[in-house]
Design a binder for this molecule. Structure first.
Ligand SMILES: NC(=O)c1ccc[n+]([C@@H]2O[C@H](COP(=O)([O-])OP(=O)(O)OC[C@H]3O[C@@H](n4cnc5c(N)ncnc54)[C@H](O)[C@@H]3O)[C@@H](O)[C@H]2O)c1
Length: 376
């Protein structure tokens, strides 16, 4: 491909604008955007400085002038837009969860493979230099055999009855909310770092806010609205899981979107026979290395650490990198794959389908109150 990649972004809310920015930084030309109506597409195109507003996501997916479609809509729309884009020969970057069922996620994975197209899913926490460092330490056996995996992903933006969003409704977001929305990131990251696969789990889901505002969906992370009328909530606010990996390691994970003060706190600790490693997304420049003697705090520094930490640490130490940098690195690696290059750890549709397999096991386990096998 000699020209810069030509991209369309479908869905122009919180993450859609992040995709537009990241696509540009990765060298693509963003040719058009699609929002929920033609009028909103035109408004978004103007606001984002993009030439074209499409009448619909499907029109964007079929545009012959496009090489790659980014899908940033509510979850229930991912399948139809991704399928249309792949069938029209486009590469796809599709937000997580890849679909709202394992069956659909597998169908998209198969379709991308049959068509020889790249499909990637922004499990972007793989792109923090310090999560790469954690992976290098586990994979090189510096930590030793893992004895215990602990993790949590906590947010507070849905902690009041006036907080609502399309994610709250199973019809738009899928049957799992908190787990599919953020637990998916945590499980993907832990499996990728450890190289161990969760094989079974027992999960309990809770919905402490059983009634929420019936008002129209509010933008993610926006302050609560006044509650006039309420409706019953059909997705979980919190999830507690115990899991076992294929190597027999036990894990305990807690997911919540109602934890006051926790904005975006993905946290994990991997306790090995020689060392532990601990990472906190709210302090992403550091990795805690626990030892019986001589515990240390490793600070991101392109002059030190594993090759992958160095590759992604594009700013000098002390010049903080964060979430936005991860997104950009993920899109850059996605585009490299579309040009036939490969980099370690690019999350693909197969990883998106794997994630849906865990989501479905969580739903089955919470319904049956039983230990449940996770489909491979
Ligand atoms: N990878 C990550 O870290 C990350 C972070 C946030 C969100 N996400 C994912 O991104 C997706 C969008 O989430 P968000 O927080 O940006 O939501 P949002 O509500 O801010 O934005 C959704 C957008 O989709 C548009 N939309 C709705 N119906 C549409 C239609 N029929 N056609 C085209 N566009 C339509 C809306 O107008 C809105 O602009 C979700 O799948 C979410 O899980 C991923």
């Amino acid at each position: 491909m000699s020209h810069p990649l030509r991209a369309a972004v479908v869905g122009t809310g919180f993450i859609g604008s992040v995709h537009v920015r990241s696509a540009r930084l990765a060298g693509a030309e963003v040719v058009g955007v699609a929002a929920s109506t033609p009028e909103r597409s035109a408004q978004a195109a103007k606001a984002l400085g993009v030439p074209r507003g499409y009448a619909s996501g499907i029109e964007a997916a079929r545009d012959k002038d496009i090489d790659v479609v980014h899908i940033c809509t509510p979850n229930s729309l991912h399948m139809e837009v991704a399928k249309a884009a792949l069938e029209s020969g486009k590469h796809v970057v599709c937000e997580k969860p890849l679909a709202t069922s394992l069956e659909d996620a597998r169908a998209l994975t198969d379709l991308a493979q049959r068509k020889g197209l790249v499909g990637t899913v922004p499990f972007i926490n793989r792109y923090h230099p310090m999560t790469r460092e954690a992976r290098a330490r586990v994979q090189s056996d510096e930590t030793g055999k893992l004895y215990l995996i602990q993790g949590s992903y906590l947010q507070d933006w849905l902690m009041q009855a006036g907080d609502t969003n399309w994610r709250v409704d199973a019809g738009a977001g899928g049957r799992s909310r908190a787990f599919a929305d953020i637990g998916s990131h945590l499980c993907d990251l832990i499996e990728w770092i450890t190289g161990e696969r969760f094989s079974s789990l027992i999960a309990t889901l809770g919905t402490p806010i059983a009634q929420r505002s019936a008002a129209a969906s509010r933008v993610a992370f926006q302050a609560s609205g006044e509650v006039k009328e309420t409706k019953a909530v059909d997705t979980e606010d919190v999830a507690c899981l115990i899991l076992r990996t294929d190597c027999g390691t036990l894990a305990s994970l807690t997911i919540s979107q109602v934890s006051a003060g926790r904005k975006n706190r993905l946290w994990f600790e991997l306790d090995g026979a020689r060392q532990s490693v601990m990472f906190d997304l709210e302090s992403p420049e550091q990795l805690w290395i626990g030892r019986r003697e001589g515990t240390t705090l490793l600070v991101r520094d392109p002059s030190q650490g594993s090759p992958e930490q160095k590759r992604l640490a594009w700013l000098p130490a002390g010049h903080a990198q964060g979430w936005g940098d991860c997104f950009e690195a993920f899109v850059r690696d996605s585009y490299a794959a579309m040009r036939g290059e490969s980099h370690i750890g690019l999350p693909t549709f197969a990883d998106g389908a794997r994630s849906m397999s865990i989501v479905e096991a969580v739903l089955r386990s919470s319904a049956s109150n039983q230990w449940t096998a996770i489909d491979e």
